[in-house]
Design a protein around this ligand. Sequence first.
Ligand SMILES: C[S@@+](CC[C@H](N)C(=O)[O-])C[C@H]1O[C@@H](n2cnc3c(N)ncnc32)[C@H](O)[C@@H]1O
Length: 278
Amino acid sequence: VLMTTVCLLSVVLVGLYAVCRCMIPWLVQSNSTLALLWYDFVLEMTLDLLTRTTRPQRLLRAVIINAVRGDPDSVIRAIDHFCKHTEWAMNIGDEKGAILDSVVMETSPSTVLELGTYCGYSAVRITRLLPPSTRLITVEMNPDYACVARQVIQHAGLQDKVCVLEGQSADLIPKMAEMFGIQTFDFVFLDHWKDRYLPDIRLLEDCSLLAQGSVVLADNVVCPGTPDYLNYIRSNLNYRSRFYQAHLEYTRVLDGLEKSEYLGCRQGKRQVDRETDR
Ligand SMILES: C[S@@+](CC[C@H](N)C(=O)[O-])C[C@H]1O[C@@H](n2cnc3c(N)ncnc32)[C@H](O)[C@@H]1O
């Protein structure tokens, strides 16, 4: 009886292990809700409990161990490697990061705002492409994330070109002119909580922080998705919008970026034929 019980238990345990090892990654790689639930909730909480550290702290450790100090590209590589092989994290990632790079390069901005810093991955990506006189202002509401981001940015050697502002975007956007003497932003990267995209783009407009030619790039417009923002920006005469299809960072789940050029205040709505813009 004992032998049979041990054998049965072994079979159950091996089965469970196989399910965890093969089925869960397969399932979460192809379903957006499962992916976010698994990576952003189950795995993160479990690892936080087991290691008594936070995900940003673990990511920072990987950067310090594996990236060359003063080399932004090696910091980016170290984070991508950590997120692909050790632990998923909500950076824009390498695939969408390449699109971000190309939009930054074609915009060649003098004034840049990022909403949602997290660990500083996209801040490093953007800043390494900016001319020497241009600084990035990046806003993060979580002080622990902001602290990690500053260390990641410092490791990349970009600390003199980035200002990590701690606080809520809604509180800080109206203070940009007063704090930095900024009149308008040439490039704005939206990558904070998705329900803030619409109120914050309107706030940027109300504070006159967008000028004709300003480019707004929004991440995660498909996953988790920003339907109210997309509806607003695509049907607005004041913007010319283009969608870039890609995948949720480090997965096969569909996602995308929306690049919107501000055309100046014309007022009114239009029906955008998105197909022609793609
Ligand atoms: C998806 S992560 C940003 C990832 C980062 N841009 C990257 O690619 O490396 C979103 C971040 O936005 C921050 N956040 C969310 N809502 C915010 C708000 N209203 N103001 C400031 N930060 C916010 C969150 O704390 C989180 O760290």
